[in-house]
Design a protein around this ligand. Structure first.
Ligand code: 5GP
Length: 192
C-alpha cells in the first residue's frame, strides 16, 4: 500500500541528503516537489527543486485550497500542493515530503496515517557549521534559521520516529529501515 512519509527537522540537519540516499535505496518512492516564494538558489531549477511561485500566485493557490499544508519560514512561504501527493498515490507510489515542523503538524492533522520522522542534529552547534559550509545563506539568514531551529528541536518529541544524523550512512540506514518496515518490504534490497 502507498504511504506518505513526512521528513522534518531543522534547516542544515541534512534532510535533503538523507532523502536523496533513501530514494537511491528504496524504489517506488517519489519526492513531492514543494512550492515556495523564495528565490531560486544557484543551480536550482523550477519544477525539479521547487515550484517557484510569486507571492500573488502562492496566495491565489492558498485561496483555491490547493495546498495540503503551507507555512511561512524565514520570511518566505512554502507549501505542499495537494496534486503532488494525490497524483503519486493514485499511481501507487509512496510520497516523501521534506518540510519544516509547522507543515509536518498540518499533514499529521490532515492525514493521521502519514508517517512522521524527525531528523535531529548530534548537537545544536553543528547546524551553524553545516549552514555555513553549505554557503547558500547569508550570515543574517543563517541566524534566522538557527532561531527557528531551536523551536523545531523543542518539538521533536511530537514525532513518531526520531533519527540523529550523526553519520550520513548510519542515519540513512535507520531511515531506510523505518520506510521498509512501514511499507512491508524486506529490510535489505536484493542488490545487497
Ligand atoms: P530551503 O529554503 O532551505 O529550501 O527550505 C527551508 C525550510 O522549508 C526547510 O526546513 C524545508 O524542509 C522546508 N520546506 C520545504 N518545502 C516545504 C513545504 O512544502 N512545506 C513546508 N511546510 N516546509 C517546506
Amino acid at each position: 500500500m502507498s504511504k506518505v512519509f513526512v521528513i522534518t527537522g531543522p534547516s542544515g540537519v541534512g534532510k535533503g541528503t538523507l532523502i536523496a540516499e533513501l530514494l537511491r535505496r528504496v524504489s517506488g518512492l517519489e519526492l513531492s516537489i514543494s512550492a515556495t516564494t523564495r528565490q531560486p538558489r544557484d543551480g536550482e531549477i523550477g519544477g525539479r527543486d521547487y515550484h517557484f511561485l510569486s507571492a500573488e500566485e502562492f496566495d491565489r493557490r492558498v485561496k483555491a485550497d490547493d495546498f495540503l499544508e503551507f507555512a511561512t519560514y524565514s520570511g518566505s512561504r512554502y507549501g505542499t500542493l495537494r496534486s503532488e501527493v494525490r497524483d503519486q498515490l493514485a499511481a501507487d507510489h509512496s510520497v516523501v515530503l521534506e518540510i519544516e515542523v509547522q507543515g509536518a503538524r498540518q499533514v499529521r492533522a490532515a492525514m493521521r496515517e502519514s508517517i512522521q520522522v524527525f531528523i535531529a542534529p548530534p548537537s545544536p552547534g553543528i547546524l551553524r557549521e553545516r549552514l555555513r559550509a553549505r554557503g547558500t545563506d547569508s550570515a543574517e539568514a543563517i541566524d534566522v534559521r538557527l532561531e527557528v531551529a531551536e523551536q523545531e528541536l523543542a518539538a521533536q518529541d511530537e514525532f513518531a520516529y526520531r533519527i540523529v544524523n550523526d553519520d550520513l550512512m548510519r542515519a540513512a540506514g535507520e531511515l531506510e529501515e523505518i520506510v521498509r518496515t512501514e511499507l512491508g518490504l524486506p529490510l535489505h534490497s536484493e542488490a545487497e
